[in-house]
Design a binder for this molecule. Sequence first.
Ligand SMILES: Cc1cc2nc3c(=O)[nH]c(=O)nc-3n(C[C@H](O)[C@H](O)[C@H](O)COP(=O)(O)O)c2cc1C
Ligand code: SF4
Ligand code: SF4
Length: 265
Amino acid sequence: MDILNDITVICFSPTHTSRTIAEAVAAGMNAARIRTVDLTLDRSDSPITVRAGETVVLGAPVYAGRVAPEAVRRLRRIQVAAGASVPAVLTVTYGNRDYEDALIELYDLAVSLGLSPFAAGAFIGEHSYSTPEMPVAEGRPDTLDLADARIFGGECARKLDSSGAFAPFHIKGNRPYKEVKHSGNQTVPETADGCPLCGECARVCPTGAVSIDLNARKVLTDPALCIRCCACVRACPAGLRTYTTPFTAFLHEHCSARRDPETFL
Ligand SMILES: Cc1cc2nc3c(=O)[nH]c(=O)nc-3n(C[C@H](O)[C@H](O)[C@H](O)COP(=O)(O)O)c2cc1C
Ligand code: SF4
Ligand code: SF4
């Protein structure tokens, strides 16, 4: 098997599971160089150009059975250099409920950007809404998931090496994609008393929804910007940031049976 030259992982991953998976897949691909372009905190519009000789691994979370809309917006910055054919491995990571049409949506997005997808996988990460009291896929991706991701990476590299690398392949999902119903009155994470205003929640927020009001000594969250990704909740060193949603109890009750990664080549 030839050694691939350059792999570029391009991801959006507020609570880091999508990035961990995409990087594990890349690690399994036996490349000379791997670089990660993490778009989670990058709100710029500047293009991300990929060139001949590169292989791309995309990583994005599933929100409501679709690719997280903020991930779609950021991945749209990818530009394939003129005349280049850039193979792409697609990965989505979901919180052990289901990924429905997310992988097929990521496929369509990749094709629309001029990439050449040849493999895809849906993996499991701890659910953004998981809490210590009501865990959902706690600790995932775990060692088994990461081993699966690396094995899948090896399969991707072998497929890329073979003559039929770009033959059409099946991916689970439907078109038109599942419709996402927006509930008008969504809550946002809250900060409990005693917050020392360290600013970590503002630093990790992908959309700039959090600000620190030093005069009022308060953490403010803009509901219009918040995507409920829970990055701020996970990152709060004092454990004072929480997000309360009835989904947590539902997921804990109905989506606790372990699901395993599914791959398509
Ligand atoms: C708004 C929102 C919607 C979500 N919808 C789903 C879903 O439909 N199915 C599922 O299994 N997990 C769902 N999740 C959980 C995430 O897909 C999961 O936690 C993923 O690992 C997060 O990726 P990240 O760590 O890269 O941010 C959702 C999470 C959020 C914040
Ligand atoms: S990360 Fe936690 S402790 Fe720091 S400002 Fe935000 S809520 Fe307060
Ligand atoms: S404020 Fe909202 S968008 Fe920002 S990190 Fe927290 S949950 Fe995510």
